[in-house]
Design a protein around this ligand. Structure first.
Ligand SMILES: C[S@@+](CC[C@H](N)C(=O)[O-])C[C@H]1O[C@@H](n2cnc3c(N)ncnc32)[C@H](O)[C@@H]1O
Length: 239
């Protein structure tokens, strides 16, 4: 039987939001889980793909020697347990990282340091939070104002916890994300299901080029799970 310790519980935009901890027999240490609307959306057992979302995007961003005056500006959609944001901030080329998170309780819990691996991430002076929908944050951002947009909401486009999030991934949603990117800027999306259709949409959206799909296998509780990232960028100005 699982022995849960509840770290936080709140009613939010997507239903009940719970942060909880339990011993993980596989690792011998504790596992912290975030459950939204009854669905497990993130735990801190293996956050390698959430971190890769950031590092792969920033690698592509810097691939042609790009150096934005004053540093890069990044928008992260979905704070979750804070791993993607922490990886963004691990890159000294990043000057500003804004994270849009729908659930205020999630921001509060990460800020309180309830997730040991990312404790302090929101204290980084380059980090700021917007409590709200990343779709609105994208709409509010001026055109060509960001160097990277990283999306990891719900469990990716193939497993939506909030049906309204489908609008992030359709033609208009990807076009809105592309529009806020400066030339050469990178769009990256974390996916729990094969994102071939999303990659096709990204390619078809004006200006998103170099679209690549990364597949990784992550072991969870003795099972092997496949996760994907879609990473592409707006055409550099000199193309
Ligand atoms: C899978 S978790 C993100 C995991 C994160 N990448 C990490 O490193 O821990 C998804 C997060 O997105 C948030 N979310 C869901 N829909 C959202 C939306 N439309 N805008 C902003 N945040 C959203 C959820 O509340 C949840 O905290």
């Amino acid at each position: 039987m699982d022995t849960w310790t509840e770290l936080g519980r709140a009613t939010g935009a997507t239903g009940e939001v719970v942060l909880r901890r339990r011993p993980d027999p596989a690792s011998g240490s504790d596992l912290v889980e975030l459950v939204v609307g009854g669905v497990l959306v993130m735990d801190d057992g293996d956050a390698s793909t959430e971190r890769l979302l950031a590092s792969a995007a920033l690698e592509l961003l810097g691939a042609d020697g790009r150096a934005a005056p004053g540093g890069w500006r990044v928008l992260v959609g979905g704070l979750g347990l804070g791993f993607t944001l922490a990886q963004v901030l691990a890159d000294p080329r990043v000057a500003e990282a804004v994270v849009a998170e729908l659930e205020p309780s999630v921001v509060a819990w990460v800020r309180q340091g309830l997730v040991p691996a990312t404790a302090g991430v929101l204290a980084d002076p380059r980090a700021s939070t917007v409590v709200g929908d990343v779709a609105d944050a994208l709409r509010a951002a001026p055109p060509a104002s960001l160097d990277a947009v990283l999306l990891d909401v719900d469990n990716g486009p193939g497993f939506l916890v909030a049906p309204a999030n489908a609008r992030l991934y359709d033609d208009d949603g990807l076009a809105a994300a592309a529009a806020v990117l400066a030339p050469g800027g990178v769009l990256a999306v974390w996916c729990s299901h094969d994102p071939a259709a999303l990659a096709d949409t990204a390619r078809a959206v004006a200006g998103i080029t170099d679209v690549r799909v990364l597949r990784r296998v992550v072991e969870r509780e003795g099972r092997e799970l496949e996760y994907w990232l879609v990473v592409g960028r707006r055409a550099p100005a000199d193309r």
